[in-house]
Design a protein around this ligand. Sequence first.
Ligand code: UD1
Ligand code: MG
Length: 478
Amino acid sequence: MENFSNEQPNIDVLILAAGLGTRMRSNLAKVLHKLDNRPLINHVCRAATALAPRKVYVIIGHQGEDVENAVLEELDETHAKFVWQKEQLGTGHAVNCAREFLEEEDSTLLVLSGDVPMIRAETLAALVRQHHTHRGRGAACTLLTVRLEDPTGYGRIVRDEAGLFNRIVEQKDTSEEERLIKEINAGIYCFNTQKLFAALARVQNDNAQGEYYLTDVPALLRQEDEDVSLYQHSDSREVSGVNNRVELADLERTLCRRTISRLMLDYGITFIDPKNTYVSESAGIGRDTVIYPNVTIEGRTEIGDGCTIRSGTRITDSRIGRAVEILDNCVIVNSEISNNCTVGPFAHLRGNAKMEESAKVGNFVELKKTILGRDSKASHLTYLGDATVGEKTNIGAGTITCNYDGKNKHSTNIGNNVKIGSDTMLVAPVKVGDNSVTGAGSVVTEDVPPDTLVAGVPAKIKKNFKDAEKDNSQGKAV
Ligand code: UD1
Ligand code: MG
């Protein structure tokens, strides 16, 4: 049925993701391998959803449940439809599995491969635009092609004498002459949905791989005098498929370079050694922040302006404020660091650790699910787990919160202006009140009231500062 309205046809998306990917030599299905720490299929889904399709059909097979879960991290359930391809008999067979849902739809079907993850939404939009406007009436099929210096492995685009599309030849079916063709099929197509399914019914598997090739459909359409248009794209990296681990590593580097260049050119971040720095596409970094070599910034990390991040540090899914200094070899995961803090070297923050403004964490200090208050310091060799530390408190070298009794975790609560002496063991659950002091080597097993000095093993109250002050003013020795 023709689309007589002036409106653009509806867009549906179909993503091929049922194959195992033998060339990966992996037990994990190819589309679940990660690029920038996200499964390949998720990258494809994100680009596709930018076009606001009605539905995204995902053809699943190998490890289908896992692929489904990965996709649902990117798409909500109402927009995703999973279709099983029990036996992988080729890309044509894979599309055919969705026949019952699509063959009568009056729509444009954008077919994508789950293993072509770098494709950008802008490029897909341009492909769809050409598909709808080709010769003023739209094409039955539009192929995204690209010219490659080394086209090995890809299906080649054979054009006729007039330069128009003739057919696609798969690598394994090429003649010597066809192998020289540099224009390849990117595995990204737009189809008139009904025409696609009509032609698909006639696809045979008489080829080198004994598979039903989706790539035979454009030639069948052509034979029926339908228009097949070619959208030749210039950025070949964007349509690179991942078929083995070398290609995966290449894409990882390409994506990271693209991200770092954008951060330098558009956002004013200094990278001392961009080639040896890893930054996720999903991370945000503020102006005039300086990043030293061998830093890894992962996930949805946000870093403010004017920070310094020294070598060997990894930051994952964390929020860092402004003018924060992170020294060498720190690991910071799921944590929050406020403005003007100093961290490291060799510090470890994890499990919702939080440093409030101008706090300091020094070398060999670990913070787990702990809040370190404004202007407070834990400068050396300390473990603070399940703890809350108030403002202007100093945690001495070697302090440990003994938070685990072998079964449960317990919390430690330390007030403002406290001085925890070196090598103090805080046996949780325990509280230390404001302005109190623990002597070096104390083992604190009971709550310490405010304004109190405790010491010893187990720690005993030695002095109450308020009383001592009173006695002092009365002229008594203390
Ligand atoms: C395919 C194209 C080739 C193109 C290349 C671009 C075919 C026959 N060939 O080759 O022209 O140059 O992509 O990257 O289409 N899949 C299924 N079910 C199957 C087979 C494959 O879902 O039965 C899925 C795979 O999981 C993968 C995608 O389809 O995500 C492409 O399959 P793959 O085997 O990688 O095809 P290529 O050899 O790369
Ligand atoms: Mg492939």
